[in-house]
Design a protein around this ligand. Structure first.
Ligand code: GLN
Length: 350
């Protein structure tokens, strides 16, 4: 990972930083040890989270999703930011304990369970791993591309994932999906928002079309309505920004949840999952995002985004107002700011 000189900037800044650290230690304030590891200090992490929140707090661009009616009613001003490190330290700012609908941020984590159960080859064969370059709810992608379901992180592939979960009936399928996502979040049970589920399920004609199309092409592996219903429940689970950070930190930590110590994905499958997040986590803006932040990430129309810094930490943010592609405006700006400040781009080998 990155060396300390890179993160701290110029030698002059390093010198000033050392003087400040020395002074605060002498004054009996929090002792910050010399930077002998590549992990930024607690003070630096809290500061960058606070700064990211302060910098974009007043930004009003974008608007709440409204094709799922209930999402239009979520207060647009909410804004939370969190960093969770691989050793389980948590740094938050703003509304980081507000529970919002996880929506598509759930997709890579459910995929982790399918990979764990059936291996990455089953995912490649039965769903596909190419980015569509099209919006997340595209039916055209299913018609155009030979693998039909195409990618696990768009709606078609995510509904296909749910249909792949080994279960004797719908109750067991749902229990496995909810149990796994809760384990990633480090809680006993993530709550299902019945209101969100009802609002989304009753208006899910597009996803119903997707499920039926896939079934028609032999690319859905359970009853289509059952897969669609469980997928919609999955999207209607409530999560806080801080919990989302822990979900991401389970991936940065090689598949082991830093809080519970539970292994949820074998270490050798983590790169496969992260590669999908890098190439398709932002839907048809994935290229832009990779070009800018250089971090495997996943967004959701509830306003949540999580980014993974392999071997180090996860950054999560939540803000309901979205851009045209369905990605949260303030959440992506906050994460990008943090990634820049801490020089976290995974392609930056300096
Ligand atoms: N549940 C939403 C849907 O199926 C999730 C989409 C998203 O978050 N991008 O449309």
């Amino acid at each position: 990972m990155k060396g300390q000189s890179k993160r701290l900037g110029s030698p002059m800044i390093t010198l000033i930083g050392a003087l400040i650290i020395g002074f605060t230690s002498l004054a009996g304030c929090e002792t910050v040890s010399a930077r002998d590891t590549s992990i930024p200090t607690a003070v630096e992490l809290q500061r960058v989270v606070d700064d990211a929140h302060a910098k974009f707090k007043d930004l009003k661009d974008g608007k709440n999703a409204d094709y799922i009616p209930i999402l239009a009613t979520i207060p647009s001003e909410l804004f939370g930011v969190a960093i969770v490190t691989n050793d389980g330290r948590v740094y938050t700012a703003g509304d980081s304990d507000y529970a919002f609908a996880i929506e598509s941020v759930s997709k890579p984590f459910n995929l982790a369970m399918v990979m764990q159960e059936q291996g990455p080859e089953a995912v490649r064969e039965k769903i596909g791993v190419e980015p569509t370059g099209l919006p997340f709810n595209s039916k055209l992608a299913i018609e155009l591309l030979k693998t039909r379901s195409v990618n696990p992180l768009v709606n078609a592939g995510a509904i296909a994932q749910v249909s792949m979960v080994k279960a004797k009936d719908e109750d067991e399928r749902w229990a496995k999906v909810q149990g796994n996502l809760s384990a990633f979040a480090g809680v006993k049970e993530l709550p299902l928002s019945d209101e969100t589920f009802k609002s989304e399920y009753e208006s899910a004609w597009s996803n119903r079309a997707i499920a039926n199309l896939l079934y028609n092409y032999g690319r859905l592996y359970s009853d289509p309505e059952e897969a669609m219903r469980v997928y919609t429940k999955q999207c209607s689970l409530l999560i806080t920004t801080e919990e989302l950070g822990l979900m991401g930190a389970t991936l940065s930590n090689g598949g082991v949840n830093p809080k519970t110590g539970k292994r949820l994905l074998n270490e050798e499958h983590v790169p496969e999952l992260l590669s999908l997040m890098l190439t398709a986590g932002f839907y048809d803006e994935s290229g832009q995002w990779s070009y800018t932040a250089g971090l495997p990430s996943k967004t959701g129309v509830g306003g949540g985004i999580v980014s993974v810094v392999p071997g180090e930490m996860a950054i999560a943010a939540f803000s309901p107002r979205l851009n045209e592609a369905g990605n949260s405006v303030r959440a992506q700006k906050a994460i990008n700011y943090i990634a820049e400040q801490l020089q976290l781009n995974i392609f930056d080998g300096r």
